[in-house]
Ligand binder design. Structure first.
Ligand code: KG4
Ligand code: ZN
Length: 344
């Protein structure tokens, strides 16, 4: 291991909220010494989505190995770790429980503090790892398979939710439309790839507005519009260009995400905007944000794709800032499937 000074804070982080069993060692919140991810995607792909019972069982089979590998790769012992951080919500309850139980056992056995971390706080904090200069306040759009949140990051660990989805998450819409196009699971990366061959203006899909809240999102109407379009083409015997449908759908999602985030940045006066979560690795989304932010003199931040989808390094980054704020969890820490951001 490279030099670690006595005052360095080393976080052993664990993430198991969905279908990735992950562990990482992160130094001082921003330096990743190891980031081990064991993905179950291939197993769940056969069922067209994540099967909670299978996810829990696979986490149990893999968690100890993944943690051991994270420590070995970082070349640190459990003794040298400062604290153990773990995602305790939101997510699948059985999946979360595996990580929470492992973290409690390690914390107790090694006599190290335990820090429960919110999964979305992890996604947001992924931005700190590669952008060493990024500090709050900034706005962050979190777009994943389970969440679509526009968040004001007021300080480390201090958040205000400006907007959220009223129905489907952005990633969920990608997955459902991909299924309708026969692309398989997970749909996001497949739509991203196929869209490169399509015309984003071929089909005009709706850009939903949510009446009473300017920054809320709604994607179920868009998903239905795509399904209706595919059905009506089939009924009329018109051959569908899947690349055009994928690109037009993606264009509609990206338009709404960028428009809401930029409007919030203008109203709240943010000069920094970050994106996070699985959908944040989408090529068209990144390009659109880069352009819109440059036009509006806003600095734009995004993590590398590996830090966008679920991983434990982001939990280590968030865990560090929670640790130095004094957050400590007891051995009664439980998995909370619907944990709200900012609640403990
Ligand atoms: O953050 P994540 O790994 O898990 C959750 O916390 O939900 O996000 C997974 C989601 C899936 O819906 C997946 O289809 C989507 O992120 N995704 C993408 C891309 N890569 C992953 N969506 C659009 N474009 C991508 N390149
Ligand atoms: Zn996630």
């Amino acid at each position: 291991m490279e030099e670690t000074a006595k005052q360095d804070v080393l976080i052993l982080a664990i993430e198991s909220s969905c279908d990735e069993t992950a562990a990482a060692v992160v130094k001082n919140g921003r330096e990743v010494l190891s980031n081990i991810i064991s993905s179950q995607i291939e197993i769940h792909a056969a069922y067209g989505g994540v099967v909670p019972e299978i996810a829990s069982r696979k986490h149990i089979e893999r968690i100890n190995q993944v943690i051991e590998e994270a420590l070995n790769t970082a070349q640190v012992t459990l003794d040298e770790i400062t604290a153990v951080a773990v995602t305790y919500g939101p997510g699948l309850v059985g999946a979360l429980l595996v990580g929470v139980s492992a973290a409690k056992a390690l914390s107790f056995a090694a006599g190290k503090p335990l820090v429960g971390v919110h999964h979305i706080e992890g996604h947001i904090s992924a931005n700190f790892i590669e952008n060493k200069e990024l500090e709050p306040p900034f706005a962050c759009l979190v777009v994943s398979g389970g969440h679509t949140h526009l968040v004001s990051v007021k300080d480390y660990g201090v958040y205000e939710i400006l907007g959220r989805t009223r129905d489907d998450a952005a990633g969920e819409a990608f997955d459902k439309v991909a299924r309708a196009l026969g692309l398989g699971y997970p749909g996001g990366p497949k739509i991203d790839r196929l869209s490169k061959e399509g015309n984003p203006d071929a089909v005009q899909f709706p850009r939903a507005k949510v009446g009473d809240s300017q920054y809320d999102f709604s994607f179920s109407g868009l998903k239905s519009a795509v399904l209706n379009y595919l059905n009506s083409c089939e009924m009329k015997g018109i051959e569908v260009c899947r690349a055009d449908v994928a690109a037009s759908f993606q264009h509609a999602v990206v338009d709404v995400l960028v428009e809401h985030a930029l409007a919030a940045a203008a109203e709240y006066g943010f000069d920094k905007l970050a994106i996070a979560g699985g959908v944040a690795s989408n090529g068209a989304l990144r390009a659109a944000f880069e352009k819109a932010c440059a036009q509006n003199n806003i600095a734009f931040y995004h993590p590398s794709p590996i830090l966008c989808t679920d991983n434990a390094a982001m939990i280590g980054a968030a865990g560090y800032y929670e640790y130095i704020r004094g957050t400590r969890s007891g051995y009664d820490l439980n998995a909370i499937p619907n944990l709200k951001l900012g609640e403990r």
